[in-house]
Design a protein around this ligand. Sequence first.
Ligand SMILES: [Zn+2]
Length: 483
Amino acid sequence: MRYKTLAVSVIVAVIMAAPAIAADDTYDVVIVNGRVMDPESGLDAVRNVGLRAGKVATLSTEAIRGRRTIDAKGLVVAPGFIDLHEHGQKPENYEFQAHDGVTTSLELEAGTADVAGWYAEREGKSLINFGVSAGHIPTRMKVMKDSGTWLPTGDAAHRAATHAELAQIDQRIEAGLKQGALAVGMGINYTAAATRGEVFGVFGVAARYGAPVHVHLRYAGDEPPQTARVALEEVLAAAGETKAPLHVVHVSSMGLRDTPQLLAMLRDARARGTDVTTECYPYVAGSTGLESALFDPGWQKRMRISYGDLQWVKTGERLTAESFERYRKEGGQVVIFMIPENVVRLAVADPMVMIASDGMPASGASVHPRGQGTFSRVLGQYVREEKALDLMTALRKMTLMPAQRLEQRAPAFKTKGRIKLGADADITVFDANRVIDAATFEKPLQYSEGIRFVLVKGVAVVSDGTLVKGVFPGGAARAPVVE
Ligand SMILES: [Zn+2]
């Protein structure tokens, strides 16, 4: 009580001491008349939002004024979407993502072998916020001198590491964490020769820095003995033993028909106190490099698909036994039609599963549409049209939950993924009656519709549904750097 009285008098004194500042009731930007939805507090009501110096400075039912006014009548005002999994980290990807409501785009699965350089490349030049993990895949490629361009094709995929190499891999991942990597990324399926011991070693490094390990599991599907369930046991054991937080990426493209069983295992592990989370994208196809270890002999049986289920991204053609061999030597992306629709829907609707795009660099005639349309697709198709989940739950899965996944490692995320006083002014304003993805497997490079305004640190990057040119408010989403 005493404290409150004191606080009130301080505020009164401050206001009285500065009566000449006319801007006291004026904000940089005000977003008025919108339906503000905040998954953390549960707020779902019409409010006027005042932004100042890149932060939310007021949430009010009173009229407020600002240098710029955005009328959000009839629109939802939500925290900007946080994408934990986006491989395309170039300006053109950021433009597509902004149109899909994303304000923070993170490459946490593959990651990088040069964390400091990765951030430096984007600083001051980015439309939206960006961040990266210390990647086991690229680090293993560097240490084992693999000549693959993105994913390993040589020793990093197919040879066990020596003791000296293991020590170097761990050391370089640790260096990346010291440089502020948000997480450790692993794609065990792509580094198939990495032993359980190597995996546990990497988890051990992550644990020392409180960094979550974002893992593409060792196996997909339900063909014994190499099943997704066996692969999940491996990383749950590593997380249990080392106490590193675990994040299983794209659960539906790993589990395939067995996804309900994977989700049950994850729920059990969480109930036992393991810090484990997961994500999915809302599509019936995956996408990766044809040259990668995923397509080592036996892939048809493992994924229960054949050549015709593979679409070559450069041309959009479906593959045959002959073109498969030819293109595998050449190397390049394929889209893989392998996930049953009922599995997609189940994962998208599950309140435990976050939404993340797994978007790819926006090149090729038929690149996977997920990088361009994931978030609008969930809001339009699964929330509005199919009613598979409610709007607040969907927003929670794309804002608050990803922020919470990272906030222990990177405290900057405590003010992201929410709309509250002091939160970062990363805000997405959309029309819940119209929002929908436009990117398809045939025409993937199309902006989503119904995302009206997107602000990054209070600066509009999408205004009235149109990209704002020449602004670069995006900043590094990074863990503290350790000297
Ligand atoms: Zn993956």
